[in-house]
Design a protein around this ligand. Structure first.
Ligand code: ADP
Ligand code: ZN
Length: 732
């Protein structure tokens, strides 16, 4: 038999299928093959009877790498779709489907030794065969009699290793090896959440979803409307019917909370998949899904590739979130992939959000998704009142600080009542950059064209793009001035200010810096949930999803930060962010307050976000998009050129641009815009960055895309990487 194999070689330009011969392999298996003059791992993607490869060159597959088929035919199909749609290399797609550490055999199943009594019928008989003074052995036997099989490690700790050894040699105790599954967050405390009786709106939503098992739905429910309970009920029904489910949340930070609720309801039917787990945990959770020991996969975007068969439902919470769009290789849109996977499985797709993406809501209006609305909070709890503070007024009246008078007052009131507050800042670190006030010098990373961030904990400068660290500067390297000023305020500084304002109050901070270690997200949130701190300061990580009943105040310190980005998504992103943070306030009995500090208080985006008025925002924004010809009314493509040699990048860009120009002439009515330029982020990780931006009508997108992809494939310079992004969320 002939097998088509994709060899797993990283950083290679090869995206070709190679034929090998062999017997009794299966499509989707990982195998070891000879490639060039070395042995390489590969994936079988097809089998056939004949090959064009001359017989003297046709090599034989060496062996299988696993004792199971790693990639199911269904996932292989999904991979085909992704290659076509996003112009990806096979190997990059296939790698999404297995835990990274399976490659190169870097992960082992955990085997532990376990002891039990060889014959459990009669304790007294066993004990009488032991010497009366052999207390440890006697105790051990009694323990096993009572507790059954126990890990040897535990027995050795309690009774010493010689007791166990002699019992084994007498044949009284038997030891055997067993595979142990490593479980992430095994110490999550189950919460009260008994099954809730669905309220009317929730029941209607569930009924509507379950009425069409292969339907596509958009659940638009305001923050606190009880969407989670809808998801859980749908999952329950689908699993009861013998099918499996995938549940996605946008960030690793949100997984512990959802995991807890899923485990409460479904126990070890649930497996967690995300990159924050340890190697062993990730592998074991993946295997549990693969072996059908678990039926429900939950995780961030990569969990869409969970190795489940017979998927009955895919649920994507906070579907508007930009993290569902991968903006590094392999680039893909999780919602589109989910859509395809749902279709392949005949599964239902349920997208949920308080602020659906404009594109999804538009699709719902057009009837491509079934719209389900839950416009009210549970038990008609009021939405929080939002007070907008004009920070220019504040500055004019002499308050140059970070906190407006109103926010200080509301904070004090909240703390006095024994309630909790969350303060939101759209940045991390102590301050965003270091600038010389005399000559304007800004400290930058040597490898990336971005300013360095001051980190006070270790008094270092860090690049947030590549992670490189630099010593703090005491003097300006450009003019010698020695009184550096730190740029804008960051989370750390807010924490310090709070400590001086409210010395007895405990403050927690959550941002990319405090969440680098495993499970740290969960720990910070757990501590805040338990009331170990009264204030939580954070970046967008605290903006969404969380449900803290004691929070009655949310402060947004820089409400217009994200409004000033220059791309067409800026207003949509800001609206989402403000609505989401505001939604954290007053979720329990007491009404919440939100203080929104901004320099542009009358902007329609902030005005409508403060009322959580999604529909008015949608109407206004969608008409602007239509007038300007932006997505969803057009398709934006970015072709990215990355390389360490600037001239090579420019040459490649120039020659491909000439071909794009020919294409544009051919499809002159479809090209709305095309230009080439340096990226706003000029250099990152030692690579120069250039781009071609193209805006197309929706009419012949697929034809034009295939043409663009083949132009990119015809790249001449090896040191330059070319990527195409469809409707990118991030144009840096
Ligand atoms: P959303 O995800 O829509 O923002 P949640 O699912 O977090 O909202 O629900 C908001 C709050 O309402 C939670 O505290 C949840 O426990 C509670 N809740 C949800 N459904 C019910 C119900 N049927 N009965 C009572 N409380 C509910
Ligand atoms: Zn850098």
């Amino acid at each position: 038999m002939i097998y088509s194999v994709i060899v797993d070689i990283s950083a290679s330009e090869i995206d070709r299928i190679f034929d090998y011969k062999g017997e009794n392999y299966q499509v989707g298996e990982r195998v070891l093959v000879d490639f060039g003059n070395r042995k390489t791992e590969g994936y079988i993607v097809a089998q056939k009877d004949k090959t064009d490869c001359p017989p003297e060159k046709l090599k034989e597959i060496i062996r299988s790498l696993d004792d199971f088929v790693a990639i199911s035919p269904e996932l292989l199909n999904l991979g085909e779709f992704m290659r076509r749609e996003y112009h990806l290399k096979w190997v990059d797609v296939l790698r999404l489907f297995i835990p990274a550490e399976m490659r190169g055999n870097r992960v082992k199943t955990l085997i532990k030794k376990q002891a039990c009594l060889s014959n459990v019928s009669n304790l007294d008989e066993v004990l009488s065969s032991l010497k009366p003074n052999a207390t440890r052995q006697r105790d051990l036997v009694s323990f096993l009699y009572k507790n059954g099989a126990t890990f040897c490690v535990k027995l050795n700790e309690a009774y010493g290793s010689s007791a166990l050894k002699s019992l084994v040699s007498k044949g009284i105790v038997t030891v055997n090896s067993m595979t142990v599954r490593r479980t992430p967050y095994s110490n999550l405390i189950p919460s009260d959440s008994e099954k809730k009786i669905l309220l009317n709106e929730q029941q209607k939503a569930v009924d509507k979803v379950l009425a069409d098992r292969s339907g596509k739905f958009l659940l638009h429910g305001v923050t606190g409307s009880g969407k989670t309970e809808v998801y859980l009920t749908v999952i329950e029904r689908i699993v009861a019917e013998g099918k499996t489910c995938i549940m996605l949340v946008p960030e690793i930070a949100l997984t512990p909370n959802m995991l807890k609720q899923l485990r409460n309801r479904f126990g070890d039917k649930v497996a967690l998949l995300h990159s924050g787990l340890s190697i062993g945990e990730r592998y074991d959770e993946w295997l549990r899904l693969k072996n059908e020991e678990a039926q429900i996969a939950i995780g961030a975007r990569s969990a869409i590739f969970a190795p489940l068969s017979n998927v009955g439902a895919i649920i994507i919470d906070e579907e508007h979130d930009s993290s569902y769009i991968s903006d590094f290789n392999p680039r893909y849109n999780t919602i589109d992939v989910a859509n395809h996977r749902a279709e392949q499985n005949g599964a239902l797709l349920l997208l949920g959000s308080a602020t659906p993406s404009l594109g999804s809501y538009y699709a719902a209006i057009k009837g491509e998704l079934t719209l389900i609305e839950m416009p009210e909070r549970i038990n008609k709890r009021p939405l929080p009142t939002v007070e907008i503070v004009d920070m220019t007024e504040e500055t004019r009246s002499g308050n140059k600080g970070v906190f407006s008078e109103l926010l200080k007052q509301r904070l004090a009131e909240t703390l006095n009542k024994g309630n909790q507050a969350m303060l939101f800042l759209n940045r991390r670190g102590f301050s965003s950059f270091l600038m010389c006030p005399k000559c304007g010098y800004v400290a930058k990373c040597q490898d990336c064209d971005v300013s360095l961030t001051v980190h006070r904990e270790d008094n270092m400068l860090k690049c947030h793009y590549c992670g490189k660290k630099y010593y703090m500067l005491s003097k300006c390297p450009s003019c010698g001035y020695d009184n550096f000023r730190q740029g804008k305020i960051g989370t750390q500084q807010v924490v310090d200010l709070l400590k001086t304002m409210f010395p007895s109050v405990k403050v927690l901070r959550m941002d990319a810096d405090t969440t680098q270690t495993k499970e740290s997200h969960g720990k910070i949130l757990e501590a805040f949930q338990k009331g170990e701190a009264q204030i939580l300061v954070g970046t967008q990580m605290i903006a969404k999803g969380h449900d803290f009943p004691k929070v009655t105040l949310v402060g947004v310190l820089d409400g217009d930060q994200s409004l000033h980005h220059s791309d067409y998504l800026a207003t949509e992103r800001t609206f989402e962010l403000i609505t989401q943070v505001a939604g954290r306030s007053g979720r329990d009995a007491e009404t919440g307050t939100v203080v929104l500090q901004t320099y542009t208080p009358t902007h329609y985006c902030l005005q409508l976000a403060s009322k959580q008025d999604y529909k008015s925002f949608y109407k206004r924004e969608i008409s602007l998009r239509e007038a300007g010809g932006f997505p969803p009314f057009s398709e934006i493509l970015r072709v990215l050129y990355l390389g360490e040699n600037e001239k090579d990048c420019i040459d490649e860009l120039t020659s491909q641009y000439a071909e794009f120009t020919n294409l544009k002439a051919e499809y002159s009515t479809e090209f709305l815009y095309m230009d080439k330029m340096r990226c706003p982020l000029k250099r990152a990780e030692k690579k120069f960055r250039f781009q071609v931006l193209i805006k197309l009508t929706k009419r012949s997108v697929n034809d034009i895309l295939q043409n663009i992809y083949s132009i990119c494939d015809n790249k001449k310079r090896n040191g330059v990487q070319v990527f195409v992004e469809r409707n990118p969320q991030n144009l840096s």
